[in-house]
Ligand binder design. Structure first.
Ligand code: 5AD
Ligand code: SF4
Length: 448
């Protein structure tokens, strides 16, 4: 979501006459897009701001803006920071070029956050967001051949630990016509892979006339668009609604990637209840079974929070058991971080000590790594289709016969990272790679 917002804002600013600078030293304006999901992310921003405050001592004309969830969450408080000139929440980004131009001109502080964020926004606000989204969503070419398309904003789930509903507002699905139109334009601009985005993307719902569109309908319609070769969607909430339909579209359409990101958060039913997640570990695992029945070979990823208030060794063991049964391709594991304003922060004590959280994090990662390793070995000797993303950022040393070609990285339909040697001109293209060696999260091979 934040990557998309960053891309939209960058494109809007370029259109307004600003140019992108690679270093703070050369920049007249520094914009920081922020995340509030965990405290650590917010602390990083504060430390950047501390650094910028220092720089501003010798360059008082430097304009600093904070956008994103932290801007919405802290509002005024953030504006008081010595370094900060602009604070702009996620629902206010259509104003960003104006705010910046004004700050550069007048050097005054300005605040643009949404009051009463849980209320449905005004028609004017949703129109502005929609226009911003469709105007700038087609121009970003920073990741060749790939684009994100938001299909919904906000969230209504109120998981007890989560700040998102308080900073991104209520769940609103974008019009299916606007989404399809946007994908069509992207395809015309050479985009081959589109990732549909929503906090709970599988609860997408939009009524036009008699028909209520679901994510399955969107995927089906998007599959008919010429030029689009791969479609993905993140993130799914473990809910029965439309689940089979979505899996059936995945099974039936060669364009819908066989990948499902479906966070479980915990394997303990007691903790799941305290988290206000509406499922048990048994029902969660049943969903995975159904996914695998309908889409054999589907690659599944999950998210977990360890050290939620009151999580006992027994609860943690239940999570380990679930991870062992789920056989994820990979899992993102986070240590519980109390977020101000959320239910778990208000009502529960953050009573699992830091070192216990850390140990559980490491232990769960090790359990998952073994599974990732086993699953990756199944690819040895196989040929996989890969969309090339570009030069590999961290060259892997085990490729002896590189020749003159650099190391490239791409992803398979199942979201496996694939590393191989080839000309950089392959970026943004689909190619086939024969897998020769593996590590738990990466497949290595050669072009066929
Ligand atoms: N503490 C730790 N992790 C969190 N997540 C969301 N809120 C918190 C929190 N307060 C994790 C969840 C979610 C992912 C995006 O971040 O696992 O799926
Ligand atoms: Fe947060 Fe839960 Fe909504 Fe996901 S579903 S964004 S974890 S409240």
């Amino acid at each position: 979501m934040n990557k998309l917002d960053t891309a939209l804002v960058t494109t809007a600013l370029e259109e307004a006459g600003f140019g992108l600078s690679e270093s703070v030293k050369e920049a007249d304006v520094v914009l920081i897009n922020t995340c509030s999901v965990r405290e650590h992310a917010e602390q990083l921003v504060l430390s950047h701001l501390g650094h910028l405050k220092h720089i501003k001592k010798s360059r008082p004309d430097l304009v600093v803006g904070v956008i994103g969830c932290m801007a919405q969450r802290l509002g005024d408080e953030l504006l008081e920071h010595e370094a900060v000139n602009i604070v702009c929440g996620p629902a206010e980004i259509p104003q960003i070029s104006e705010l910046l131009a004004k700050a550069v001109r007048e050097r005054q502080k300005s605040l643009a956050v949404t009051e009463k964020i849980r209320r449905k926004g005004s028609q004017q606000q949703s129109r502005a967001l929609e226009e911003f989204e469709s105007a700038y969503g087609i121009k970003d070419e920073r990741i060749p051949a790939q684009a994100f398309v938001r299909v919904m904003r906000g969230c209504n789930n109120f998981c007890s630990y989560c700040v998102v509903p308080y900073v991104r507002g209520p769940e609103v699905s974008r019009s299916s016509e606007a989404v399809i139109e946007q994908i069509r334009k992207l395809a015309d601009h050479g985009v081959k892979q589109v990732t549909l985005l929503g906090q709970t993307v599988n609860s997408y719902k939009y009524k036009i006339g008699e028909k209520t569109w679901s994510l399955a309908d969107l995927l089906e319609a998007a599959s008919d668009i010429e030029g689009i070769e791969w479609l993905r969607f993140v993130t799914s909430y473990p809910s029965e609604e439309h689940f089979d339909e979505i899996m059936q579209v995945m099974a039936g359409s060669p364009k819908v990637c066989e990948y499902l990101h479906i966070p479980a958060q915990s394997g303990s039913d007691r903790i799941l209840r305290a988290m206000n997640r509406n499922y048990s570990s048994r029902r969660y695992l049943e969903l995975l079974d159904r996914a695998r029945e309908i889409v054999p070979g589907i690659s599944i990823a999950g998210d977990f929070i360890v050290g939620f208030p009151g999580e006992s060794e027994e609860d943690f063991q239940a999570t380990v058991n679930l991870v062992e049964k789920a056989r994820y391709k990979n899992a993102f594991i986070f240590k519980y971080s109390p977020r101000p304003g959320t239910k778990s922060d208000k009502r529960l004590q953050d009573n699992v000590p830091g070192e216990v959280k850390q140990r559980r994090n490491v232990e769960l990662l090790a359990v998952q790594e073994k599974i990732s390793d086993e699953l990756s070995r199944e690819f040895l000797g196989e040929e996989v289709k890969v969309l090339v993303e570009g030069l590999s950022k961290k060259p892997h040393l085990n490729m002896a016969d590189a020749g003159d070609n650099p190391q490239l990285v791409g992803r398979s339909s199942g979201d496996w990272i694939v590393v191989f040697n080839g000309p950089e001109s392959l970026t943004g293209k689909f190619i086939r790679v024969k897998i020769e060696s593996v590590s738990p999260l990466t497949l290595f091979g050669r072009l066929t």
